[in-house]
Each structure stands twice: as C-alpha cells, then as structure tokens.
Write a protein that binds this ligand. Structure first.
Ligand code: ZN
Length: 202
C-alpha cells in the first residue's frame, strides 16, 4: 500500500528491543546487532542463544563472596581460605582488574551495588549484613574499600564503617583521584597497582 510504513517482523523487533535493553547499546546499534545475528548462519545464532541459556543456568553467586561462579564456594574463596584481607567491590566484574594485575592474594566481597536512594537501593538491597558477618566470623584484619569515589560510594563506605564500629578490622580505601566506580573493571594494571599500593586508611 502506498505510504504505509515499512515495519520489521515482530520477532525481529523483539530481538532489537532485547539488544537495546543492554547497557551502552542504543537503538541503532541494537538494530545492527540483530541484523548481524540473522545474517550469519543459523548455527551461529543458536550457539549465541545457547551460550546465554548456559551462562544463566550455570553461573550462580558464591555464597561467601557473592561473585559469579559455577561452584560454591567460588575458586577464590576455596583456595584462599584463611586469608585475612577482604577487598570490597561493587560487582563481580570489578574483581578482574585485581586478579589480572596479580597484586592481591586476599579475599573479595561483592556488595551488589552502592547505596542509591534515588534508584531505590537501600542497605537491605546490598549484601552489607553478610559482609559484616563474614568480617567478624573469619576474623578479617583489613577491609579494602574499592567502591569508587562517587557520593553514593562514599555514603556506602560511611555506613559500613559505622556498622563495623568496635570490630578490630583495619579499613582502607584505594587511592583517590583515579577513575573508578562503574569504570573500575576497565582500569589498566599499572593504574590498579598504583591505586592499590597507595591505599589509605579511612
Ligand atoms: Zn567466593
């Protein structure tokens, strides 16, 4: 019919909207990705969808540190039993720069976010009580806060610091002035090493 808008098939539209819901993917990129997937062999596309299904089914949270893992406890918690330092990060992927730099042999703890009242994230939405519990039960000697330097991260650190009142654990923070927070996972090894070595008490 003349003048009728060209529409994409509903299933393709749905695929585009799924891609567009991913972080950092605009509608244009989502459309390009969807067309790319469909232009490849069917096996390739099915292998992609199967990988998503597999990851969703196999990857769980370590019950000790809350990082992504296929086993519980995760390999890090299992192999570093008895370590007395915990590095506190916002999300699982923040562990990678530390491990890639090979500068840290202690434990990690994934908080699951930072306090953000505007987004409805309060203490009850984070693993704060489990963190405090682990610090006490494993007699942790140092907590390294690696949550970044946003106001939200600062108030999260303040709250945890308050909850740890009276607990004999040293608290330190990665050096300031280094881009962190949501970008922590992209930090290069040298920057990470510098931030780690010049950490200061809070
Ligand atoms: Zn773990």
């Amino acid at each position: 019919m003349v003048g009728e808008a060209v529409v994409e098939p509903p299933s393709l539209e749905k695929l585009i909207s799924e891609f567009a819901a991913l972080p950092g993917i605009g509608h244009k990129t989502a459309r390009r990705l969807a067309y790319f997937v469909l232009s490849k062999s069917k096996d390739r596309a099915l292998s992609l969808s199967q990988s998503i299904v597999d990851a969703c089914e196999k990857v769980k949270h370590c019950s000790l540190c809350h990082s992504f893992a296929e086993e519980d406890p995760c390999p890090i918690c299992r192999s570093r039993t008895g370590a007395k330092t915990i590095c506190l990060v916002e999300k699982s992927s923040d562990i990678l720069p530390f491990e890639n730099a090979g500068i840290y042999k202690g434990l990690y703890f994934v908080l699951g976010g930072v306090l953000s009242p505007l987004d409805g994230i309060g203490p009850e939405n984070l693993h704060i009580s489990q963190l405090v519990e682990r610090i006490k039960s494993e007699k942790i000697e140092e907590v390294i806060f690696a949550l970044g330097s946003s106001p939200e991260a600062d108030s999260t650190v303040l709250l945890i610091d308050k909850l740890l009142a009276g607990v004999p654990v040293k608290r330190s923070s990665l050096a300031r002035g280094i881009p962190m927070g949501s970008e922590l996972e992209f930090i290069d090894e040298i920057t990470m090493l510098r931030a780690f070595e010049s950490r200061t008490g809070i």
